[in-house]
Ligand binder design. Structure first.
Ligand code: URA
Length: 239
């Protein structure tokens, strides 16, 4: 048995708070009866309707994908390009990505059908660290890293202080490999942070999402998160 507001939130219809509002406002029915009491518990066999629309309930599932380059972070593409859910044909649940990685960015991407969980992970107030490794054109110096640490001015605002370190530099080819850890999710943030300092990103990969790594996965492979990992991610999001 689960609390009604949680079931509604998990179906991705609304946040848990909004779900509570819907219940109090008399917009939710359980087995054709209006329910306005918060905390009412329902089982998988109960029929839940929100504003007259039956909730399609699926067991919540959580995955990480090693997204290859050249794949769109979406569930469908009108130009017929490969999308991240193409890797999950044998998964019956209707999952979708949490946040996005650019078409040319590879790396760790979470997918779920749990709307409340996805909202919690993406909420700007929460600080889930994401670590990227970038190959850039040019030789990155210590002073450049300090700029990342201070925050970089972008057209949509200054970035929060990031952790940054140079992994290696190829003085002959004039390229650098830099690891950058950020917790915001501005559009194309890492690429734009490098561009702001005059470096062009040649390759970008997300290697870590909070405590999760890509260990054991090759590009295009996925695995289910363990219940413990899901719990830990939830805990990070509420702190
Ligand atoms: N920052 C970027 O620039 N691209 C991504 O895909 C993710 C973060």
């Amino acid at each position: 048995m689960e609390r009604l507001q949680k079931v509604i939130a998990q179906a991705g219809i609304a946040s848990r708070r909004k779900a509570e509002e819907l219940i109090v406002q008399g917009k939710v029915k359980v087995n054709d009866e209006l329910v306005q009491t918060l905390g009412t518990k329902v089982s998988a066999n109960d029929k839940v309707e929100v504003e007259g629309v039956p909730l399609e309930r699926e067991e919540p599932v959580y995955f990480m994908l090693y997204k290859p380059r050249g794949v769109i972070t979406a569930v469908a593409d009108d130009k017929g390009r490969k999308v991240v859910t193409d890797f999950f044909v044998e998964v019956p649940q209707r999952i979708y990505p949490i946040g996005r990685l650019d078409y040319q960015t590879s790396g760790l991407l979470l997918l779920t059908n749990d709307g409340a969980f996805a909202n919690a992970m993406m909420h700007p107030k929460h600080t889930v660290d994401k670590t990227y490794v970038a190959k850039v054109e040019g030789l990155v110096k210590k002073g450049d890293l300090n700029e990342f640490k201070k925050g970089v001015e972008l057209e949509d605002g200054k970035t929060a202080p990031a952790k940054a370190k140079v992994i290696s530099r190829d003085t002959a080819k004039k390229t650098s490999i830099v690891e950058l850890t950020i917790h915001e999710g501005k559009n194309r943030q890492v690429r734009r942070m490098f561009e702001a300092l005059g470096f062009k990103v040649l390759k970008l990969k997300r290697e870590r999402y909070a405590f999760l790594t890509l260990q054991g996965l090759n590009a295009g492979e996925y695995r289910e998160l363990t219940p413990h990992e899901v719990k830990q991610l939830r805990q990070l999001a509420v702190t």
